[in-house]
Every structure is written in structure tokens, then in C-alpha cells.
Design a binder for this molecule. Sequence first.
Ligand code: SF4
Length: 369
Amino acid sequence: MELLGRSREELRALCAERGEPRYRGDQLYRALYAERIFDLALVTNLPVAFREKLAKETTVTLPTVRQRYLSTDGSVRYLLGLGESQEFTAQNTEGEEKRKTKKAASVEAVFMPSEARQTICISTQAGCAVDCQFCMTAQLGLIRNLTPGEILAQVLLPLEEHKETLTPQTNVVLMGQGEPLLNYENVMAAMRILLDQAGIGLAPKHVTLSTSGIVPGIERLAKETVRPKLAISLNASNDEQRDVLMPINKKYPLGKLLNACKNFPRSSREYVTFEYVLLGGVNDTAEDARRVARLMVDLGRVKVNLIPWNPGSLPYKEPSEESIERFHKILLEKGIPAFTRYSRGRDVMAACGQLSLMETTSSPLSVIS
Ligand code: SF4
């Protein structure tokens, strides 16, 4: 039985089933998530006999680090090997649940340190079914959903590896491989532990879930009492353009998506973020910028992050500096808070839209093990 990813209540029940007081479950929960102790023999506040019993009957499994790619900007892209085959439940883009066999899989997580904070970008599925045309992960198709433990391990592992140099603030973004809202139950089980102050203990304002626009998932997320911030991967200024770039738009067109965003609850200082990947000559014209500004009207507190396209093997090109500046300026003139974000880790295929299990880099010096 795997322990990583289990809730506090599940760990309490597991201890009680083995004749131990339920508070032993709290001790185990704290050890796994707050103290990042993954060897049960080292959880010294548990009785020795119980530790030995747990070690025989349970496992704590971290992903295998197949490779670490170090960017010149200090970011590290982890290529992680996950698990053995087992049964699991998956949702397709229609939201239907199906029993499937869990396959061994690889995913990627990216650790990005800076002076003020460290940011960890994590995957929620191996591959992705959503088929955004500008994203290399889409080329993989959906391999499988990740379990809560596999999602959390992508945070725990880099934090433990960099524990000597961590700053007090950790941000987590669910922007790696996969569509988080198509793995809703597992993602939220992981979020409850990530955002629990007795668990991993991150603040909700430091965790962002990014979706391609799965409207039923956004509406469900809106009803959660503990939830991360919401970001929408927008990338087009009208339905016609978005239908092509993000075919999911045919199912959840802009009108429905923006209405769900308008109704998404947020605190007085919270925004819904719209991410807009600028594809040179495709969606980066002045008219696109004016249309995006019009889409933002009446949505409440929003901001737009402009992300210049990161080159990969797909047939798009980077936007010119001039078009980036023009787009940004038009949004600001229309009163829309806008920021241009240059992705980190581009040289090791760790940037937005580049995660596709690429195993080579341009420089062997950028591979660390
Ligand atoms: Fe999937 Fe996100 Fe890539 Fe779209 S951008 S294909 S939702 S991983």
C-alpha cells in the first residue's frame, strides 16, 4: 500500500486499523509532507515496532529521477519515471470516467529558483488529451492520469534536493504536462495536502492551477473551500482563432468560458489570470490585442500574462519584439493589467509548451545527474 498522497484522515484510519492510536496518523502525515521524511525508519516519533510493521506493509514511493537538465538561468527540468502498471480512473474530454490500466510513465517538473522565491511547475497527467496546437505535450497524447502522490512528489522532491538554498516562499504552478481539470479528484486531493498548513503548508495565493478552459471543472473548482488560484490558457482573441489553436474551444467556446471566469469567486486582492502565448504572425496583431481587451471587460479582477512563443519542433514562430510591445501597450491603454513573461529554462526544453519528455539538450554541460 502506497502512503504518499494519502490524506490525514486516511493515514489516521490506516493507523487505527493496525491497532495504533489515530494520532499516529497525524504524526505520519506531518513526517511525510511537512518534514519530507520518506524513509519510515526515520520517523522516530513512531514506536519502533510500528515503524517496522509499516515498512513491511506500506511503501513511500518517490519518482525515479531519470535526468536533471540544468538551464543557464538556474532552472532544473526533471525528467521523472513513475510507477508500475495498476488500475485507475480517468476522465476523457467529455468528462466521462473510465477504468483504465495505469501504465508506467514519464513526466516533467521544473524547479525555478530566484532571489525572492522558488517556483515549481508540476505535471498533473502524463501527456495530454487536449491537443492545443502550439504545445509539444499534446504530441504525446494522454498517457495517463497522475495519482495524488505522484503530483505531490513533484513538489517534495525538488524542495528536498534544494533544501539548503530554499527561500521562505515556494510557488507551485500546475502548468506542466496535462490538463489539471481532467484529473480533478486526484489534483484536488493533492491540493488539499499542498495547501494544508499541517501538510506541505503553501498559501493558496502561491499556488496556481492553469486550465485550457474545461468549464465544468472551473465551476466545480469555484465551489471548493480550499482551492488554488485560477489561470486560463487563452491564446486567441476570438472563437474562430481559438477553435483552431485549441480545439477544446469547440466544446467550451469563449462565451461559456468567460462566463465561468466572471462567476469564479476571488478575494479582494485575487485575480483570474489569462495566459496568452504570442505566436508570431498568428495571434499577435494589434486587432488581436484590442479583441482580447474587449473580452476582459466585465469579468471582474483579471490580469493578462503575455508569453512569447518558445520554439520547439512545431510550425510556429516567435513574435517580434515590436509585436510583443504593441500588444502589451494596447492592453495597458485599455486598462487591462498586463505583463510580459519570458519563460525560464528555454535552453533545456523546460519552458511553457515545451514539455515533451525531450531527452537531449544542446549542451551536455546542462545535464546534471
Ligand atoms: Fe494539454 Fe496544456 Fe498542452 Fe493544452 S497547453 S495540450 S492543455 S498540456
